[in-house]
Structure formats: C-alpha cells, structure tokens
Design a protein around this ligand. Structure first.
Ligand SMILES: [Ca+2]
Length: 137
C-alpha cells in the first residue's frame, strides 16, 4: 500500500516534470534570432552601450572558435556601434581581441572566453574592430 502510494506520487511528479519540459520545449521552439547572426555564425559575445552591461546590446557573431586554430576578424563593427561599447560579455565559444581602430589597428586587448568585463579600462567607447580566437584551455 505504501509502495503503491509512492509509485503514484512518483508518476504524478513525472507528469509534472514532463509538463515543465514540454513548456520549455515550446519556448525553445520560438524564434531566437539573437542566437544566430544575419550571415550565420553563433552568438559569441555581447557588447553593451554602458558599463556594467547596461544600455543597448550589440551581439557579436562568429563561427565556433573551439577547435579552430584560425582566428576570425571583423575589420569594422557596425557603424553606429563604433567607439561606443563600454562593457562586454564573452561566451564559451571564442575569446575576443578588441582593437582601438578599424582593420585591427591601434592598441588592442585580449578578453578571454566566458568573461564578464563590466568596464573596459583604456578602451571605453573606443573599440572599432575585433578578432575571435580559439579559447585557451
Ligand atoms: Ca575606435
């Protein structure tokens, strides 16, 4: 009797879990354009208008960097974001090098993957181009 009750409770819990998973599945099926760039690629970093990850967001897209020794370059970032980024999140796929000028020019700084850079000392409102690199393990 005790076991039967336990089984029933377990089945109920399982049904609830299935319902939760089902709900999450529907949410995942919704369009998520922020995860894929207009020219393909995956979201590898997010730039923010202000320090502490506030203000407008500028998504960086690239091909997966892990397992790819060849760096990818973005010689110019979108015009209205030029000299405007003040904080950056890097995700797991790529490390970033940020540059002061276009075409990878001027001073630069490496931002390792999976990083939260709430401010960019020496680069605030200066970034004009970026490179995406394989993360160092
Ligand atoms: Ca600049």
């Amino acid at each position: 009797m005790v076991q039967r009750t336990g089984t029933k409770a377990l089945v109920t819990a399982g049904a609830c879990l299935a319902l939760l998973i089902g709900t999450a599945g529907v949410a995942d099926a919704a369009p998520r354009p922020e995860r894929t760039g207009p020219h393909g690629g995956i979201l590898v970093a997010i730039g923010y208008e202000h320090i502490n990850f506030e203000g407008e967001r500028y998504p960086f897209y690239a091909d997966e960097c892990r397992g790819n020794a060849a760096p990818q370059h973005q010689d110019v970032i979108e015009e209205r974001w030029n000299d405007r980024i003040s904080s950056i999140h890097t995700l797991k796929s790529c490390a970033l090098i940020v540059y002061e000028h276009g075409a990878l020019g001027g001073k630069w700084n490496r931002l390792p993957a999976v990083g939260a850079y709430a401010s960019l000392p020496g680069f605030n409102d200066m970034i004009s181009s970026v490179s995406f690199l394989r993360p160092q393990v």
